[in-house]
Design a protein around this ligand. Structure first.
Ligand code: GLY
Length: 315
C-alpha cells in the first residue's frame, strides 16, 4: 500500500519482542496488534491498556500462542469509524465492484466481546454512495490493480478491500485475495448475472465487456456459532430445524457442520449462517432472524443486532 500510495494506517512490523515493546512504549495511543499470518480471524487484538498490549506481544512473539502466524507482528495505528467490505472482480486490468457489505466482527451485540471471523453481514450497505464508491475505485482498487500489474503480478480474481471510513478519510485496513466470509453469503445471492460467465470474463481478460446485474434487494446473514467460540468449543451437537428455516425462504450456509449417522451435527466454531433476502433491509433482517429462530443446537450463540444500525440509524 505504501508503494502505491493507497491510504492506510501507520504501521511497523516486528519479529522480536524487545524492539516491539520499545516501539509500543513510545506510542501516544494504543495500537492494534496483528499476527501477520493466518489466525482464523483471531489474530487481531485491540488492547485497552499497556499491560494488555504487552501480554499480546508476549503471547505472539515469545509464547508462540499463534504458532507461525505470530512470528511477525504488526503494530498498527488504531483507526476508528464504520467499516465496509468492498469487493471487486478483477481481470488483471479492469475491475467490477460488488455491492458493499458490512461485516460484524465482534462476538456480542453492540460490537462487544472478542473479535471473530465474522458474526453476520448485510448488503448492500447504505453507507456506500456512488461518490464513495468512485473514491474507493480511484484511491484503492485501481491503484492496487495497476500496482500489481506494474510489478509483474497482474491480479485476476476477487480483490477484497476492508475499508474504514475515518474522520480523516477512508483507510484500507486489509486486502484479501478472495471473497469474504460472511460477506459472500449476502453478496452472491444478489448477483443476477451468471457467475460462471463473470469468472470466465476475468480469466480471459474480457471484464471490460461485462456489465454485472444485481437484484434490487437487500440480504442479511446471521452466523450461529458454537458455545465457547472464538475460544475452545465442543463439536458433535445435533442441529435441528434446518428444513424449517429453508421453508421460510432462507438459505442456510453450512460451515462448521458434519454428517454423522445421517444427522447434521456441529463441527466448527462458526457453525452455519442463515441468509434472508427481501426488498428492504428491515424485511431481510426479519427473514434471516425468522430462520435463525427455527434452528437449534446445544450451546448455540448468535448476535441479535445484525444490520440493525443500518436499518435504524442512531440505534
Ligand atoms: N469477513 C472478513 C473476511 O472474510 O476476511
Amino acid at each position: 500500500m505504501r508503494r502505491h500510495a493507497i491510504p492506510t494506517g501507520q504501521a511497523r512490523s516486528f519479529d522480536a519482542l524487545e524492539p516491539a515493546l520499545d516501539y509500543l512504549h513510545g506510542l501516544a495511543a494504543m495500537p492494534v496488534i496483528k499476527a501477520s499470518g493466518l489466525a482464523a480471524g483471531k489474530g487481531v487484538i485491540l488492547p485497552s491498556t499497556m499491560a494488555e498490549a504487552e501480554d499480546a506481544l508476549r503471547a505472539m512473539l515469545t509464547e508462540r500462542q499463534f504458532g507461525d502466524a505470530g512470528d511477525t507482528v504488526l503494530l498498527e495505528e488504531r483507526l476508528v469509524g464504520p467499516e465496509l467490505s468492498v469487493l471487486a472482480f478483477c481481470d488483471g486490468k479492469t475491475l467490477r465492484v460488488l455491492p458493499a457489505a458490512q461485516d460484524h466482527k465482534r462476538l456480542l451485540d453492540d460490537d462487544k466481546g472478542p473479535n471473530t471471523g465474522g458474526m453476520g453481514a448485510y448488503a448492500p450497505a447504505p453507507l456506500m454512495t456512488p461518490a464513495l464508491q468512485a473514491q474507493v475505485e480511484r484511491k484503492v482498487l485501481y491503484p492496487a490493480l495497476r500496482g500489481m500489474a506494474a510489478e509483474g503480478m497482474p491480479y485476476v480474481g476477487v480483490l477484497y478491500a476492508g475499508i474504514m471510513l475515518t474522520p480523516a478519510g477512508l483507510r484500507v485496513l486489509e486486502f484479501n485475495c478472495r471473497l469474504g466470509d460472511p460477506e459472500t453469503q449476502v453478496i452472491l445471492p444478489l448477483l443476477e448475472s451468471d457467475l460462471v460467465e463473470v469468472l470466465h470474463a476475468c480469466v480471459t481478460q474480457r471484464l471490460e465487456d461485462v456489465a454485472l446485474q444485481w437484484r434490487p434487494a437487500s440480504a442479511v446473514t446471521v452466523v450461529m456459532a458454537a458455545g465457547g467460540y472464538p475460544g475452545p468449543y465442543a463439536g458433535g451437537a445435533p442441529i435441528r430445524g434446518l428444513a424449517a428455516a429453508e421453508a421460510l425462504g432462507c438459505t442456510v450456509f453450512h460451515a462448521g457442520t458434519a454428517l454423522e449417522n445421517g444427522e447434521v451435527v456441529t463441527a466448527g466454531g462458526r457453525v452455519l449462517s442463515v441468509t434472508g433476502i427481501a426488498p428492504t433491509l428491515p424485511e431481510a433482517i426479519a427473514r434471516a432472524y425468522a430462520g435463525i429462530g427455527e434452528i437449534h443446537f446445544e450451546g448455540a450463540h448468535h448476535r441479535t443486532d445484525i444490520a440493525r444500525r443500518a436499518a435504524q440509524p442512531g440505534t
